[in-house]
Design a protein around this ligand. Structure first.
Ligand code: AMP
Length: 564
């Protein structure tokens, strides 16, 4: 059975698979490689992907997007009255990718490798695995997004030994990796990232600029209005990838408003975001202990890297012109398929080795005698090559202490209160031999991102714990229930979904056109609507075949971008 690779993105998700000796992207039911990571509820049915993205401005309270940003939390996101966790919503996207992969491959798919931002913490990684489980996918391996990109890049340039930077700038996250390649080894030397910096931040800044220009109080806008404004801002940003100026139009409470945005405006508006990006690159270089002079190449990945201003800025501060390999949206997914093949030990790729690192520091809390504050004592420091194991010895605070509580944390702050708490381990401390009492604490972090902590006291008593993110962990019973709930949600058939997509396109085409074109759109839309009630799947399929070329033609005539 094939293992598929999945790039579960903030904005879009993609799947790929190793086939006939190389990685192949899997087209979705609409023939596109990108499936928007958006979920909407309409008439009691769950819509996922492009249709949901189209419907979102119509039903902002019944739609969810960018939920990857909340992975690892128990926050409920509401589709109407029903609340879902980020992992449940991600499971809906994964389920769709799994179905499309099964259709493409003609066989069942039960296992996936999923990519995650390098800077995802333990809880976010665990939540991603759970999302896979809820979608009916076994996820034994997660791979860091820039590492997947490095693998894919390496498969194109096998011949050179080189050190390069991968800058992965997506919709919601930025990851930077320093990678060294020699022979068949792809070694990740360091990663740094910002989980809250992405293309969406540019959209937000452009939309806020629009509000300032038109003296609109942002707080006065309804959620649906703000969403349409963000959407226009994103379109304007994309125009600026192609041209020197972008035109933004928006239908506000006081009618249609417009704004022209130039590259210079974008540089000014985005300045704080550029600075944050630069800081992440510098941190990655510092952690890898390499200077810019060692870097042979800069590889750009992720949709945001398409922006010319980003390329210019990187070129300006690194003095190296960055390159893009193929489509920057696709490289991570390609890498996940390669990683899947390595995991399966496929003959063509058996000798390739990816060494990855632990992107964050793991340690225990020790009491500061002066302030009683709990301070971090690192056991595994960030950027250690995985798998990694290390032991540290600690002595109890007082001679009379009969047991110790070992608090385990993840993070870079000196103060444990600012780091992520992972769990506690209890250990008795017999008073015998009280002048030489100690605890040896060993942390072992494996390639799947699982941390095992073992503590041994001075008389050889042992405690072990595998950190399992208890607060977001579900019992087997809960998991079974959730699986059942998600399975029983009302998903519409692929054929109905295709027609809904055409109806959404019709709405947009109608708004953008005039006269005869409008008539054509309206007639087709009405006909499609009439089919939604009780027509057979074969009839819906035939209708799609008939209407799709008409809409393609009109979109081309009107110079409209195809929906992605
Ligand atoms: P990703 O998470 O890698 O799919 O990246 C999505 C982000 O890339 C979103 O913020 C998009 O607005 C942005 N993006 C995609 N295409 C372009 C483009 N042509 N120009 C500028 N930004 C883009």
């Amino acid at each position: 059975m094939p293992v598929i690779g999945i790039d579960l993105g903030t904005t879009n998700s993609l799947a790929a698979v190793w086939k006939d000796g190389h990685e192949v992207l899997i087209p979705n039911r609409f023939g596109s490689y990108l499936t928007p990571s958006v979920v909407t509820e309409e008439d009691g049915a769950v819509l996922v992907g492009i249709v949901a993205k189209e419907k979102r401005p119509l039903y902002p309270e019944r739609s969810a997007a960018s939920f990857k940003r909340l992975m690892g939390t128990n926050r409920k996101i509401y589709l109407g009255s029903r609340g879902f966790t980020p992992q449940e919503l991600s499971a809906m996207v994964l389920r769709q990718l799994k179905q499309d992969a099964e259709e493409f491959l003609g066989e069942a798919v039960e296992e996936a490798v999923i990519s995650v931002p390098a800077y995802f913490n333990d809880e976010q990684r665990f939540a991603t695995k759970q999302a896979g489980l809820l979608a009916g996918l076994r996820v034994e391996r997660l791979v860091n997004e820039p590492s997947a990109a490095a693998l894919a890049y390496r498969s194109i340039h096998e011949e050179n030994d080189e050190t390069f930077l991968v800058i992965d700038f997506g919709g919601g996250t930025l990851d930077v990796s320093v990678v060294e390649c020699f022979d068949q080894v792809v070694e990740i030397m360091a990663v740094a990232g910002d989980n809250h910096l992405g293309g969406d931040d540019f959209d937000q800044r452009i939309a806020e600029h629009f509000c300032r220009e038109h003296k609109i109080e942002r707080g006065s806008l309804k959620p649906a209005q703000w969403l349409t404004l963000l959407r226009s801002a994103e379109q304007c940003k994309r125009q600026l990838t192609e041209k020197d100026a972008g035109m933004m139009e928006w239908e506000g409470p006081e009618g249609k408003m417009g704004m022209i945005l130039t590259q210079e405006d974008l540089i000014r508006i985005g300045a704080p975001l550029f600075k944050r990006m630069e800081a992440v690159v510098q941190k990655a270089l510092r952690d890898a202990s390499v200077g810019v002079d060692v870097i042979d190449r800069i590889v750009l990945v992720g949709g945001t890297c398409r922006m010319p201003v980003i390329r210019q800025y990187i070129r300006h501060f690194m003095d190296i012109a960055p390159v893009t390999e193929g489509n920057p949206d696709e490289i991570v997914a390609r890498g996940t398929a390669i990683y899947g093949a390595i995991k399966e030990r496929r003959a063509e790729i058996r000798d390739v080795l990816l060494t990855d690192i632990c992107p964050f520091t793991l340690g225990i809390g020790v009491r500061d005698p002066s302030s009683q504050d709990l301070l971090l004592s690192p056991v595994i420091e960030r950027n250690c090559v995985l798998p990694f194991s290390r032991e540290q010895t600690y002595t109890p605070c007082s001679d009379t202490q009969t047991h110790v509580m070992i608090h385990i944390f993840q993070g870079e702050s000196m103060h444990c209160s600012e780091n992520l708490f992972l769990g506690t381990l209890h250990l008795d401390m017999p008073t015998a031999g009280s002048d030489s009492r100690f605890v040896k604490v060993r942390f072992t972090y494996d390639i799947n991102g699982i941390l095992e902590v073992e503590a041994v006291n001075h008389v050889g008593q042992k405690q072990r714990k595998v950190i399992l993110n208890s607060h977001i962990r579900m019992s087997d019973k809960e998991l079974e229930e959730k699986l059942c709930q998600l399975k029983n949600l009302n998903y519409i058939s692929q054929e109905e979904e295709q027609v809904k997509y055409l109806l959404a396109r019709a709405d947009r085409l109608y708004q953008e056109s005039l006269g005869r074109y409008r008539e054509v759109v309206q007639n087709n839309s009405q006909w499609l609507c009439s089919l939604m009630d009780g027509k057979s799947l074969a009839e819906l399929r035939a209708a799609k075949k008939q209407v799709e070329p008409i809409f393609d033609y009109l979109e081309e005539k009107l110079g409209l971008e195809k929906l992605t």
